[in-house]
Design a protein around this ligand. Structure first.
Ligand code: ADE
Ligand code: ZN
Length: 336
């Protein structure tokens, strides 16, 4: 390992763009399939890994939703989340803002309470036993109707205190943010913050839509932002963070090679960009791997890494006091 790589590993970090269902490793998928009597198209760990070659986002999502079919009971969601938390600990993640896709489960008859109950119980244990603080983000699937989203929002109401924000994910092409303006307005009225995937495969107009119509506090991905200088200005002036996911972008062919990744240019143009792992079980790496891949390809300096890591805390949904504590911990490791 180079000095910079061990520096990356040693720094405390926040992860802000992570789909908990995307942390389902093939080993656990096969184990849960057996435990729950579910038949998978790819039934072995080796054949699953072999299948993880994607041409685009949809190609990946088809496998991701198929993988979700093994998650049936509260304990399954607990086991999934706990496995991620152990990886997070090993990556020196001290704060995680985790997305979950309830509709991927309620559509199969799994109760909303089993999904959020298992995830939340593991996160609470993770805070107590591993010292990892957390926030939870309920993500709506944009390939489903806004009406389905309203139904999900109603199911979330009893768990209002456990959820910080709502998000928007799944197939971006042909599902612009405008479709979900009313749903997000309702979520905002209920007191949720909002985030949205935008500009992963979609144009800059979808990022504008996420800001103007969905009032997104952060943009997930935002790769296409650099195509629009006015948008770059707005992101910089209003300090709207982008949660970038380098290995995801490479695996889903949003970029053709890591040296094409826009992260360094985003930094240089004054955008509060962060590094995240998205769906690490499918994309070949957790958070440190993402930092290392992008640092190597774009020749990032130690100062760039510190900026990125500080952005991860500044862009998080914790209080200003908590942000100050986290940033002080970063400074401490930087000086040591
Ligand atoms: N759901 C899980 N991962 C996703 C991604 N990268 N983009 C959109 N939806 C997702
Ligand atoms: Zn994502």
């Amino acid at each position: 390992m180079t000095d910079l790589q061990s520096f990356i590993c040693d720094l405390p970090k926040a992860e802000l763009h992570l789909h908990i269902e995307g942390t389902l490793e093939p080993e656990l998928m096969v184990q849960l399939a057996e435990r729950n009597g579910v038949t998978l198209k790819y039934a072995t760990v080796a054949s699953l890994r072999e299948a993880y070659k994607f041409e685009n986002l949809q190609d990946f999502l088809d496998l991701y939703y198929a993988g979700c079919s093994v998650l049936l009971f509260e304990q399954d969601f607990y086991d999934l989340t706990w496995a991620y938390l152990l990886k997070a600990k090993a990556n020196n993640i001290v704060h995680a803002e985790i997305m979950f896709d309830p509709q991927a489960h309620t559509s199969r008859g799994v109760p909303f309470s089993a999904v959020i109950g298992g995830i939340y119980r593991a996160l609470a244990d993770g805070y107590e036993k591993l010292g990892i603080s957390f926030r939870l983000i309920l993500s709506f699937l944009r390939h489903l109707t806004p009406e389905d989203g309203f139904k999900t929002l109603a199911e979330a109401e009893p768990f209002r205190g456990w959820i910080t924000a709502v998000g928007l994910d799944s197939s971006e092409r042909d599902f612009p943010p405008d479709l979900f303006a009313d749903l997000f307005e309702k979520a905002l009225e209920m007191g949720f913050l909002t985030v949205a995937h935008a500009g992963e495969e979609g144009p800059p107009e979808y990022i504008w839509g996420a800001l103007d119509l969905l009032k997104a506090s952060r943009i997930d991905h935002g790769n296409s932002a650099l195509e629009d200088p006015d948008l770059v200005d707005v992101l910089g002036i209003y300090e709207i963070p982008l949660t970038s996911c380098p290995l995801s972008n490479l695996k889903l062919k949003v970029i053709q090679k890591m040296t094409d990744h826009p992260l360094k240019e985003m930094l240089e143009r004054g955008i509060k960009v962060t590094v995240n792992s998205d769906d690490p079980a499918y994309f070949g790496g957790y958070l440190n791997d993402n930092y290392i891949a992008v640092a190597d390809a774009l020749h990032l300096s130690k100062e760039d890494i510190v900026r990125l890591v500080k952005h991860s805390f500044e862009a998080s949904f914790v209080t200003d006091g908590e942000k100050r504590n986290f940033l002080a911990r970063v400074d401490e490791v930087e000086r040591s």
